[in-house]
Write a protein that binds this ligand. Structure first.
Ligand code: BGC
Length: 479
């Protein structure tokens, strides 16, 4: 195995340097009580953890039974497994987060994958403009990638492309589907209910770009496939990044709503688990979450995603800090004007603050004073900020663990050697996210889970996975 871009390992990263709230010198009794209340609100107790996991499993069953349920449990049409001997060259287009990526994937056989990729930033105005402009932009990026890498197509032939489109799509074939809703700040007009493949193919055709969209893939499905290429026991692909979601291998006989024909007895399900608990029955939503939800482009949707994903954690933290400031319990009631604007407290700052183990909380100070322009901060201010960050981060990790545990319980996979491929900036960079998840799995099943289940970073798996999916589509003639 050489030149594979998929780093399948637990990467060394900073660990959470936790503050004990009992050692903080509070400035007043009121401040102490406010902190205690926050700790209570944000803590997922063992009982709540189990209850969320149970509810999640029920949600999975509902989604497998019929369409239109809260967790869509989308049948991906991906069947068949890869054994690493496959060869061929494919393109992948990965859309669904901050950047758009075009990847050329060359499978040389023997499990070897060579890739070249270019990232393009998607402007905010494109995300919320009209759908045609967004898809035209995608086609232009693919075109310039072909130029840049001097990929020449001869005669009438076309390059096969796997399209990772990481939004809830009701799939009707391996390369067809309809968008259920936008998420993660995207809201391009005229797309809901339409087929993203048709839009993309049309954009290619109008520009005479010789590319055929052979497969439509969710990033979780791509991650699962890519991880499975190097870890045959892979049963789940998870994204913990700008958004969050999971895919796993399900028995076709368990998919009650499946009316199609397939020779296979297993199919990958894209769960769309970020939508869990739209009914607000079990998740411990705080007023800070509700504020974020109301101001989002998709209110009342993706409730779990908004408590876990990297796009939102900084904003929840900002909401908590503003509340403490307004009650004069932080920074003596003074605010830096920067913090008045939505999204200014980035989730990346949380990673730095979580890892800050200096006695004076030096790194936290730098973020507050240099980046966010607070004129000055006291140690007490910084400690309070750090505790708030830890509460929001830990809640996200435990909710992720509850979701993963539910899937492992549903499939029974925790009882046997199983691999889980996880991609996304949150998992990659947030301190202790991996260990928090493993702790949660142990909490759910006991020490056996730790022995059996391995979670690993499946870096950039979604691009490679889309190419693998295009290959599977060709192999099984499903496209
Ligand atoms: C989308 C999913 C995607 C996840 C991670 C969510 O907002 O609905 O389709 O897998 O983000 O990118």
């Amino acid at each position: 195995m050489s030149s594979t871009p998929i780093a399948s390992k637990i990467i060394p990263k900073a660990t959470r340097a936790k503050i004990d709230p009992n050692v903080v010198q509070y400035t007043s009794e009121k401040q102490k009580l406010a902190l205690q209340a926050l700790i209570e609100e944000f803590t997922i107790t063992p009982e709540l953890f189990q209850a969320i996991k149970r509810n999640f499993m029920e949600g999975m069953l509902k989604g497998l039974k019929k369409d239109g349920e809260t967790m869509a449990m989308v049948t991906s049409y991906v069947i068949g497994r890869l054994d690493g001997s496959e060869t061929g060259s494919y393109l992948a287009l990965d859309v669904g987060g901050t950047n758009l990526r075009v990847v050329s994937v060359h499978l040389t056989g023997g499990g070897e994958i060579n890739t070249r990729q270019t990232k393009y930033r998607i402007d905010e105005h494109l995300k919320v403009g009209d759908a045609k402009s967004l898809f035209d932009f995608m086609a232009v990026c693919v075109d310039s990638f072909l130029d840049e890498h001097q990929i020449v197509v001869r005669g009438d032939s076309q390059i096969e492309l796997g399209f990772t489109f990481s939004f809830p799509v009701l799939q009707t074939a391996i390369n067809r589907g309809t968008l259920i809703s936008w998420t993660k700040g995207f809201n391009a007009a005229g797309m809901v209910g339409k087929d993203p493949v048709a839009f993309l193919q049309d954009a290619f055709n109008r520009r005479h770009i010789p590319v055929r969209v052979a497969a439509l893939v969710n990033d979780t499905v791509g991650t699962l496939l890519a991880h499975a290429y190097t870890h045959p026991n892979t049963i789940m692909g998870v994204i913990l990044g700008t958004g969050c979601n999971g895919a796993y291998i399900e028995k076709v006989s368990n998919i009650e709503k499946w009316k199609g024909k397939t020779p296979a007895d297993e199919m990958i399900i894209n769960m769309e688990f970020g939508a869990f608990d739209k009914e607000r029955q079990i998740l411990p939503l705080t007023m800070f979450d509700n504020k974020l939800d109301r101001k989002s482009v998709n209110p009342n949707k993706q409730i779990l995603e908004k408590m876990i994903a990297g796009m939102y954690l900084g904003e929840i933290t900002r909401n908590v800090l503003l509340n403490l400031i307004d009650r004069r319990l932080l920074f003596e009631g003074h605010i830096s004007p920067d913090l008045n604007h939505m999204w200014t407290f980035e989730t990346a700052y949380m990673s730095t603050i979580e890892a800050d183990n200096t006695p004076t909380l030096h790194a936290t100070r730098k973020i507050l004073e240099s980046t966010l322009s607070f004129p000055q901060t006291t140690l007490n201010d910084r400690q309070i900020v750090k505790i708030v960050v830890e509460l929001v981060g830990m809640r996200a990790a435990r909710l992720s663990a509850a979701a993963i545990a539910a899937i492992l319980d549903h499939t029974g996979a925790w009882k046997v050697k199983s691999d889980i491929g996880i991609d996304g900036s949150l998992f990659e960079y947030y301190p202790s996210f991996d260990t928090d998840i493993m702790d949660g799995l142990e909490e759910a099943f006991g020490p056996e889970a730790r022995k059996n289940v391995s979670i690993g970073l499946a870096q950039d798996g979604s691009g490679v996975g889309a190419a693998l999916c295009a290959l599977l589509a060709a192999k099984h003639g499903t496209a």
